[in-house]
Design a binder for this molecule. Sequence first.
Ligand SMILES: Nc1nc2c(c(=O)[nH]1)N[C@H]1C(S)=C(S)[C@@H](COP(=O)(O)O)O[C@H]1N2
Ligand SMILES: [Mo]
Length: 360
Amino acid sequence: MSGFEADQEQSGLARQHAKPKVHEDEPRTAETPLALLGEPLTPQGSFYVRNHGPAPALDIGAWQCLVDGAVERPLALSWSQLRAQAPVTRRVTLECAGNGRAYMAQPAEGTPWQYGAVGTAEFTGVPLRVVLGQAGVRAEAVEILCAGADECQPDTGRRSPFQRSLPLEAALQGDCLLAWSMNGEPLTREHGYPLRLVVPGWYGMASVKWLVRVTALAGRFEGYYQSERYIFRGERGTAEGAPVTQQRVRAVIAYPMDGATLRYAEIQIAGTAWSGEAAVERVELSLDGGQSWVQANAEPSSPGAASAWSLAWNPPGAGAYTIMARATDGQGNTQPLQPGWNVYGYANNGVQRVRVSIIA
Ligand SMILES: Nc1nc2c(c(=O)[nH]1)N[C@H]1C(S)=C(S)[C@@H](COP(=O)(O)O)O[C@H]1N2
Ligand SMILES: [Mo]
């Protein structure tokens, strides 16, 4: 154990950092420990969980996924029919739209997620467009509605499954998967066993878990999680009621942890960065409150999949420092230094600040 690890052990911070922050037990909402975001893949057991209702326990023998609505040949896919499809694997970063809500400019409604409502995994399944092709989407279809088997009770008081629609073009782009495995293991119950949708680059609400029905619609779906939530309200510069869709560019610092005391030495600052809109182009760090920025070494990235970055830092001496990390993507999107705000607290990609004390 190095000197600074020993200091962190002493303070108990390391243990805190490695444990997930659980916001609620049932329905479960829990964060990925930030320390794990320094790794390329997040183990399924530590991957953040965001459930709107209790996670259903589905019997694989009875389970099926209907594909219906505006299609030529409605399907009822059994588990064995599904697993007979040629599998593809994709590395995808899922991020809850509420990630970073706790740090907005003013309090916002909803779970006070810090920076751990995100994780990256290799998902395996069949492309949604392959299955839609088998069913034959009719010309009048404009959206694909996906429904989970869970029962949620939104504040309207009515129980209903978690349902979300995707514009047809988004559903047909080759990257959306009907996924049955995560990092080579079957999905766990928390993450949507036996089947979930995975929509790369979009905030997590699009990736419907416990999938039981895929319906081609000739009109727009206006369910609760489509038109009452996951829309922007009251955000400066964003159209009122605009839907929450792609992930905004963001870097997260996995090491060191906020509040750490480190013994004076060269420090490897490390973390992860992603954007749903384009590949991450650069990650810059500031140690002087944003006056100057140094470019970190970042792994090549692709849209919708986070990549690692790091920077060796030699603190000029003992004292208190604030580390800031800012990512910019290939479309020129970057992170604001000050957090924004909107009524439901979505998509706050304000720059993270990590405070450390360096001791001699
Ligand atoms: N059926 C269903 N799907 C769902 C949800 C849900 O509550 N029910 N939550 C959504 C939200 S808001 C997010 S952020 C992701 C979280 O996926 P995870 O729990 O596997 O990390 O699942 C999405 N899919
Ligand atoms: Mo979410």
